[in-house]
Every structure is written in C-alpha cells, then in structure tokens.
Design a protein around this ligand. Structure first.
Ligand code: NDP
Length: 339
C-alpha cells in the first residue's frame, strides 16, 4: 500500500522561478538556468512528474561537483548540409537543443530530411519536448538518448544499457502533434524513484535484485539490482539500437562506457543525443499528413483506445485552466533548502 503524499499548489511561473533561482544559486548562468527551468515547467505542466522539479536536486549535485557546466555555450556546426552537430560544452541538454533545433528544422525543410547530433551533453529530461517542437513545425521527428547502464539485456543479469528512451512525433493540422516518448526499460528509472519515494511497489517484470531475482521492491532494483527492458528480447534490441545511435554513431560513449566514468554520486553522465527530422511534404505522397489523420480517425473508432501524448496534452490543458499544478511538499522542502 502506498502512502498519501502531501502536496502544495504552485503556479507555472512559481515553478519556473524556483527552478531558475535554484540553478542560478549553484552556478548556472542566465541562459542555462532559463533553458532548464523552461524544460522543468513543461514537464510539471504536462504531468511528466519524473522529469520536472523531481530532477532539480540531481541537477544541483552535478553543478556543484563540476560534472555539469552551468555556463555552457553550445555551438552548432554543419558536418554536411543535412547533418548538424552541436557540442553541448558539458551543459544540460535543453540549451544545446535550443541551439540546434532551429537549424535542424531549416535543414529538414530544405533537404527533406536532416539529423542533429548533440555531443558532450547531459540529458536528464524527457525527450518529447524536442520531438514535439519539431512536429509543431510540421516535421516528423525521432529522437534517442542513452544514459548510464541500469538495464540488463535480455538473457543477462548485469546492467549494460541505459533506460535508453526514444520519442517519435507526427504533425497534425490545427492541433497538437501525436507524440510518444518511452524508455526502453520496462519502467523509466525516474518512475521507479518516484515509486520508492512514495512507498509504492513496482509491477513484476520491472527489475531484478542484486542476486538476479525478480522483485517488486523499487529499492532492491535501484540499489545493486538491474532494471529489465520492456518486452523481453524485443525491448532489449531497441535499447541496443538507441545505444548505437546515441553513442558510437556520434562519436559518443555507449551506456557501458558512460558507466565506466560514473563514481556513483548520483550526478549526471555526459553523453549524446540523436535527433532526426523529416518533412512529410517531401516524401512523394503529397498528402502524408492528411493520410495520417485518416489513420488516427480509424484507430480512434476502437472504444477504449487513445493516441500516445493525449494524457500529457490533457494534463497540460488542466494545468493551464487551473493556473498551476500540485507538487509534493517533501520535494519542495528539499528544493527550497537548496535555493
Ligand atoms: P510511459 O510508459 O508512461 O509512456 C510511454 C508512451 O506511451 C507515452 O508517449 C505515453 O503517452 C504512451 N501511452 C501510455 N499509455 C498509453 C495508452 N493507454 N494508449 C496510448 N499511448 C499510451 O513512459 P516511460 O515511463 O517509458 O518514460 C517516461 C519518460 O522518461 C519519457 O519522457 C522518457 O523520455 C523519459 N526518460 C528519459 C531518460 C533520459 O535519459 N533522459 C531515460 C529514460 C526515460 P502519454 O504521455 O500521453 O501517456
């Protein structure tokens, strides 16, 4: 049984201000603090609990111990007309994305398809902000990033993959895009942390303990155990694909290599992100987006089904209508002490 957690209602501006002040107090400059704070506001607004303010104390740890550069000045360069690269300068991903995404949009619209690689960045966030941003501008988008090893491969017991998420977004005329964003682990690590904080157990299949036995205890998985990929060998293969795209393809570390540099202090690891953008008008169909709409309409005829992203977009509408969201008191106390 979980325990009821006490919450406090904050406006989105109050969340932005708290995140910004806390990051600035620990050495982030205006541009870096503003980019991360905006990312956290979006996560809180959309009900992405595990990637909003919840991540702020870990951001502070990495700023304090110098692993994250709070004064990062990301720079974008073109490796070819359709392959762009941002050097994240050891900073958090939101500013590196702000630097690279407009150039990616322009290149995809000019050439039909373009890729953005981000190196030397710390991706502590959800992936949907970048794919949704591109899809809101009419592009089909795909993004992956890897992280330190927490997940066992199918048939193994040792953590070898990050929770290696991938996101895909499809533009919709006059509305919010269809966006999915998922870890290739059975459960995102942040979600397991939230379960542990709130005294909840996790579903069977989420992970194993230090002896490789299935467990529903989040603490046993997080401390010495390993998470499991979703869907057995299929999720394991997706985690491998993400590892290759976000690591070796870009000249960046794999999850295992990222783990080699982890001293276990809970701060972030440097790594890469791969983002692909495609202009649906350039693939010969002429009416790709309209065809997508016809497909969505057929899919939604099935009672009980919904499109990925709908829960998040409903949470957004609620937060905007109510002017704020509820944040766990225990988390706010922790952050206010840091700010
Ligand atoms: P979920 O399992 O909660 O959701 C995965 C996707 O499935 C979402 O797009 C969700 O849409 C959709 N979905 C869920 N239920 C349904 C349904 N009934 N019908 C249709 N679609 C559905 O996500 P995860 O826990 O796997 O991941 C959570 C977050 O963690 C992601 O944002 C991911 O990017 C992030 N993450 C980040 C990492 C990093 O290193 N930066 C590492 C790992 C994860 P909806 O949102 O609308 O529910």
């Amino acid at each position: 049984m979980g325990t009821e957690i006490e919450t406090e209602r904050l406006t989105l501006e109050e969340i932005r201000d708290l995140a910004h002040r806390t990051l600035a107090a620990h050495g982030a400059d205006e541009a870096n603090a503003a980019a991360v704070a905006a990312n956290m506001v979006a996560a809180q607004r959309d009900g992405s609990q595990s990637h909003g303010l919840f991540r702020l104390p870990k951001h502070v740890t990495s700023l304090r111990n110098g692993k994250a550069n709070g004064r990062a000045k990301p720079v974008v360069e073109a490796l070819s007309p359709s392959i762009l690269r941002v050097d994240g300068d050891r900073g958090y991903a939101p500013l590196a994305q702000q630097t690279g995404l407009p150039a990616l949009e322009a290149a995809a619209k000019e050439h039909g398809l373009a890729a953005l690689t981000i190196r030397r960045t710390i991706h502590f966030a959800a992936l949907w902000p970048e794919t949704e941003w591109l899809a809101e501008r009419g592009l089909v988008a795909f993004a992956v990033t890897s992280s330190p090893p927490y997940v066992a491969q199918y048939g193994g017991r040792r953590p070898v993959f990050g929770t290696n998420p991938l996101s895909f977004a499809w533009p919709r005329p006059g509305g919010l895009p269809m966006v999915y964003d998922m870890a290739s682990a059975a459960m995102a690590r942040g979600e397991i942390m939230v379960h542990m904080r709130d005294g909840h157990s996790v579903p069977e299949g989420t992970g194993v303990d230090a002896e490789g036995r299935m467990t529903t205890d989040p603490a046993a998985i997080l401390k010495g155990g390993a998470q499991l990929p979703f869907g057995g060998h299929k999720g394991s293969a997706i985690a491998l694909m993400v590892d290759l795209l976000a690591g070796p393809l870009l000249g960046e570390v794999s999850s295992l290599e990222c783990g080699d540099e982890d001293n276990g202090d809970g701060s972030a690891g440097l790594g890469g992100e791969f983002v692909l953008a495609m202009d649906p008008a350039r693939f010969g169909a002429g009416d790709a987006v309209a065809r997508g709409e016809r497909l969505f309409a057929r899919l939604m005829e099935d009672e009980g089904a919904r499109l990925p992203g709908d829960r998040r977009h409903r949470a957004r509408a609620r937060a905007e209508a109510e002017g704020g969201v509820d944040v766990p008191k225990v988390l706010l106390d922790e952050i206010r002490a840091l700010a």
